[in-house]
Design a protein around this ligand. Structure first.
Ligand SMILES: Cc1ncc(COP(=O)(O)O)c(C=O)c1O
Length: 299
């Protein structure tokens, strides 16, 4: 059954389910005013949630790091997110679970005394890049905007405090690029808005080891490489390592493994999706039917 009375998806907020477009957040929520929030994003493919428990593990680490104390527990979060998918009758979905600091109870805005907010939604699946760019890839620039240092905002706690990415994306649009990747204060490659990055050099794949979100897709790629006899490691990449790479791809729950055609003015490989990217991508989507990596939704 795929028909739904919720074509834009289903949300959960304040203890109730509703059409996604009817969700509202109070403007005084410190999630909005301070970006004091965290979230996780999962996806459903062919009616199965991919790596559900791994996402919930990361969610729980984020909640603990933020010191949120008044949220639904893991079992309830799992039930709510699956229920959003079920009510929306989506076989392929992006699913968000979001926690906010909530509203302050007095003018002092003591963060310890807020009722933390929780919401979730499931919407039709989408990727970070358009479908018609999945073969040839997208053009990215190495931004002049420095990634917010991890000492200030921990990038392993998934968050919407993304003004560095917004500024970098504006710079990229001005240069005719689709996306921007940011460097850290020492000039090492980090990540882009919503994705990690990999570069292939002489048969070895490298993805930045630190200063980034520990992506579930990044981890899946490394595991697939182990099974597929492809050398892969977490390490340090300079801008030039991206420009001179044999293949470059981005990874995200929203889109999977996405090829990069150009980095700044350098065409990568032959200018279309390389063989390692293609092989990993095929393995990645095949994994979605594996019961060890996905959980069926009971529609
Ligand atoms: C900043 C950032 N890096 C990387 C990723 C990729 O993480 P995952 O593979 O878990 O979707 C995301 C996902 O939204 C992200 O926001």
């Amino acid at each position: 059954m795929t028909s739904s009375s919720y074509p834009n998806g289903v949300g959960y907020i304040d203890g109730d389910y509703c059409a996604k477009e009817d969700m509202r957040l109070p403007v005084a929520d410190l999630g909005f005013l301070l970006s004091d929030m965290t979230y996780d994003a999962l996806h459903v493919r062919n009616g199965r949630v991919f790596r559900l428990e791994d996402h919930l593990d990361r969610w729980e680490r984020s909640i603990a790091a933020r010191r949120y104390t008044t949220l639904p527990d893991r079992d309830d979060v799992r039930k709510i997110l699956v229920e959003c998918v079920r009510r929306a009758q989506l076989r392929d979905a992006m699913v968000y679970i979001i926690a906010t600091r909530g509203e302050a109870i007095d003018g002092l805005k003591d963060l310890r005394h807020c009722q933390n907010g929780f919401m979730a939604w499931a919407v039709p699946y989408y990727g970070v890049i358009p479908d018609d760019r999945m073969d040839d890839g997208v053009d990215i620039m190495i931004s002049s905007v420095q990634r917010i240092p991890p000492e200030s905002v921990d990038p392993t706690v998934k968050n919407f405090g993304r003004l560095d990415f917004s500024k970098a994306l504006m710079e990229a649009y001005d240069k005719g690029c689709d996306h921007a990747v940011l460097l850290d204060q020492d000039g090492y490659v980090t990540e882009g808005r919503g994705w990690n990055i990999f570069a292939l050099h002489g048969g070895t794949l490298v993805s930045p080891e630190g200063g980034v979100l520990e992506g579930v897709t990044r981890r899946t790629v490394i595991e697939l490489c182990r099974h597929g006899n492809i050398k892969a490691e977490l390490g340090k990449l300079r801008a030039a390592d991206l420009r001179n790479a044999d293949e470059v791809f981005m990874t995200s729950t929203a889109g999977g493994i996405m090829p990069v055609r150009k980095v700044d003015d350098s065409v990568i490989g032959t200018g279309s999706r390389g063989p390692v990217t293609t092989r990993l991508s095929d393995m990645y989507w095949a994994l979605h039917d594996d019961p060890d990596h996905s959980t069926p939704v009971d529609y």
